[in-house]
Design a protein around this ligand. Structure first.
Ligand SMILES: [Zn+2]
Length: 412
């Protein structure tokens, strides 16, 4: 069978700091670019168009006159940025969210890959400002950055220049996911990923813990509450302070989620495993406000996003399945229970297992029954034992290499 394979380009934005502050010419370019973007937004709103090409058609000539010295490629790129702002705006108008006329406040500029040069050895960017005027941006290059600069399988995408840093997009063709030799099935909980690894001849329980995520959420929630009480008279201040709190919280949680995702993916890659996750898209919100916050879905969705994205980049297959009843079903006899309380799942047929591990077995069975996990077969009964392999736990954050994989693989 010869199928036409659609090749995907994966993009990863890598942040670089600059060796020294931005040259004056570049600062002026940022201002001009922002002005051009905002003018293009206005022109697009008036003409009711949102695509870059349509914007170029209606506004390029005027723009050339208004910005006679700007490098033509940058001008086109400004239309591109304006186009995406306009599309967002249109989406929100359609959703009937009350929206203001969009306006770009942040100083920024974007250059497509033909519109700048990056010397990948020296880490110097040559950015044209206008005919006969270029500036050099010297990047601070760490070991982390070297990985991207030296990997010639990665091509350069757009460059985003901000007042204090630049973002270089690296692109590559999505690698074809490998044919798995084993499967990891994971149930995603508030404080951990719990699941099983199943290979041809063995199975074992696995776990990656991130209790700090819930703790951080709680701490920031309390802090926000206090802020709201203290500044009750000033709505705008509350909003700003809370937004700052939220950003900080997200950064701190993000960092941990990346660590967890990395250890799961490393484990999967070493065993050529496919990863089964629950599809969180349809999860309904809990009723009470308190429960809603405590069990906030955001970190779980975010963790899935990170795992899926990194897996795609590394060619690790990921399968998502409907989690309905996964925490209430007995994998042996198929009975569905009414309640899902308690840390252990117990069934009338005599089956009992850690509730989260049990859920992951159900997810795996769904994946297998739908033919999404290759030709793997497994016996749920094999998991009733106490061997548990820890892929990640908070103490590992302090070490450079997680050594959780030094357990006893294959013990049943
Ligand atoms: Zn049962």
């Amino acid at each position: 069978m010869s199928a036409v394979v659609k090749d995907w380009m994966l993009v990863r934005g890598v942040v670089f700091h600059l060796d020294s502050s931005l040259p004056t010419e570049a600062k002026i370019l940022l201002e001009d670019f922002r002005l051009a973007v905002n003018n293009a937004i206005r022109a697009g709103l008036q003409a009711r168009v949102t695509s870059r090409n349509a914007l170029v058609k209606i506004a390029y000539k005027d723009f050339r006159e208004q910005h006679p010295r700007m490098y033509a490629q940058h001008l086109v790129s400004a239309f591109e940025v304006a186009g995406s702002v306009l599309k967002n705006h249109r989406r929100r108008v359609r959703k009937c969210v009350t929206v203001r006329i969009p306006f770009v406040k942040r100083l920024m500029m974007k250059a497509e890959n033909q519109a700048y040069k990056l010397n990948r050895k020296s880490g110097v960017i040559d950015l044209p400002i206008r005919a006969g005027c270029h500036v050099e941006l010297r990047l601070v290059v760490s070991q982390y950055h070297r990985k991207y600069l030296d990997d010639m399988a990665l091509s350069l995408g757009s460059l985003t220049v901000l007042p204090d840093r630049v973002i270089v997009a690296f692109r590559k063709d999505a690698p074809k996911p490998y044919a798995p030799d084993s499967v990891i099935s994971l149930d995603t909980n508030e404080r951990s990923l719990d699941g099983v690894l199943v290979t041809d001849d063995a199975g074992m329980a696995i776990k990656a813990e991130f209790p700090e995520v819930a703790i951080i959420q709680q701490r920031h929630h309390d802090r926000r509450k206090r802020l709201q009480k203290k500044k009750a008279h000033d709505r705008r201040t509350i909003r700003n302070l809370c937004r700052m709190e939220g950003t900080r919280e997200h950064h701190r949680i993000d960092y941990r989620l990346h660590e967890v995702a990395n250890s799961v993916l490393k484990f999967a890659e070493e065993r050529k495993s496919a990863i089964v996750l629950e599809d969180l898209k349809g999860m309904r919100r809990k009723r009470s406000k308190e429960l809603n916050r405590r069990l906030s879905m955001w970190p779980r969705r975010k963790l899935h996003q990170i795992i899926e994205y990194k897996a795609q980049w590394r060619g690790i297959p990921v399968v998502k399945v409907d989690p309905r009843n996964s925490s209430r079903t007995c994998p042996i006899c198929g009975r569905i229970q009414d309640s899902r309380m308690g840390t252990e799942f117990k069934c009338e047929c005599g089956w009992h297992l850690d509730r989260h591990i049990n859920a992951s077995i159900n997810l795996l069975q769904t994946a297998i029954s739908k033919g999404m996990a290759g030709g793997l077969w497994f016996d749920p009964g094999a998991f009733q034992h106490d061997v548990m392999m820890i892929l990640y736990e908070p103490a590992m954050a302090a070490r450079s290499e997680p050594n959780g994989t030094s357990g006893i693989p294959g013990v049943t």
